[in-house]
Design a protein around this ligand. Sequence first.
Ligand SMILES: [Zn+2]
Length: 362
Amino acid sequence: MTFRPFLSGLFVLAIGSLVTAQEMGFEEYEPQSTLIVPEHPVTRAKFPFIDAHNHQWRQRMSTENVDQVVRDMDDLNMAVMVNLSGGSGEELQEVLAKSKARYPDRFAVFANPSYDGIDEPDYPERTAAQFEADVKAGAQGLKIFKNLGMYVFDPLGRVRVDDPRLDPLWAKAGELGVPVLIHVGDPAQFWLPHDRFNERWLELKERPRRKRDGDPSFDQLIKEQVNVYRKHPQTTFIIAHFMWLANDLDRLATYLDELPNTVVEMGAIIYDPGRQPRHARKFFEKYQDRILMGKDTWAPEEYATYFRVLETEDEYFPYYRKRHAFWRLYGLGLSDEILKKVYYGNAQRIIPGIDASLFPAN
Ligand SMILES: [Zn+2]
C-alpha cells in the first residue's frame, strides 16, 4: 500500500497526458484477469465447417487475395465459405469467375436483388426472373441486406420487409430450392436511449450513426420479417444474426417453433450465447437442426472465439471487440453430434450443391 503513490506517479510519467487511474473512463479500463482456470484455446475447428455468413467483395478478388483466403480457410478448417456479396447479373458472374471457378468446392455465392425501380409495374416479375437467371449462372441462394426495411425507399416512403412487390422473389427461391439468407434490423440496444444503462453505449459512441429512433421500431422489423416467413412456407429462410434475439433465446424459440421453414445463423452474436452458457446450451440442444455456423466479418483470427464458445467448457475468456461486448465468455461444450450439425450438417441440407466429400461420412 505504501508504494502506491510512487507507482501512480510512474504511471502518469509513462503515459503523459493520458488519464490517471483515479480519473480513468470506461474506454481505458482493460482489467487483466487474475483468474487461473484450465484454458483450451481452439484455433482450428474440430470438424470441417461451412461459414454461412461471409462477405468477399469482387473489387478485392485478385488471384493472390483469393488464394490467401483459401489458405486461411484451410488453417481454420473452413471447408466452404458462403459469400453473400455476389450481386447480380454481370457482377455475380465476375465474383463466380474470380472465386468459385478457381475453387469450385470451396465457395458458395449468394445473389443480391436490386430495388431500383421498385415502383415500376414490371419490377416484381423482372426481379424474380433476374434471380432465376442468377441461380442458373451459379448462385446457390439469395442474400437480403439490412437496407430492406430501413434504408430502401420508394416515392411513397419506406419499403417494408413484407412489401408484396417482393413476394414473387421469395416464391422463386422456394421454387428453385435455394435458401434466402435475410438480415433484418440491428441489435435492439440501438433503439434504446444512449445513456449509461445501454449495453452498447460504447458502440453508439464510436458509431453514432447506428443509433436508431422511432420508425420502424425493433419489434416492427421482427413483425414484418415474420409476415414474410409465414406467407412463404415453401421457401427456406436463414435468419441472420439469430434474428438479433440471441439475448432473448426463449423469444427466438417461439418463432422457430411457429415457422418450420426457418433456421438461424450466428454471425456477430457469439458474445450472447457466450454469456449464458447453460441456457444457450439447452437452446442448441433443442434446436440443433436449426442453427448454422456463420461469422460475418472476415477476420481469420477472430474465429478462435467462436470455436472456443461452441467446443469447450472454458470459463471467463475474452471476446475480441469491446464495443459489442465488454463482458467475458464461457464455453457451451457442445457434443460432437451437435457440433457436426451446426458446423456443416444443417447448411449442407439447406444449401444445394455443397460437396459432401468435404465432410466426415457420418
Ligand atoms: Zn453480413
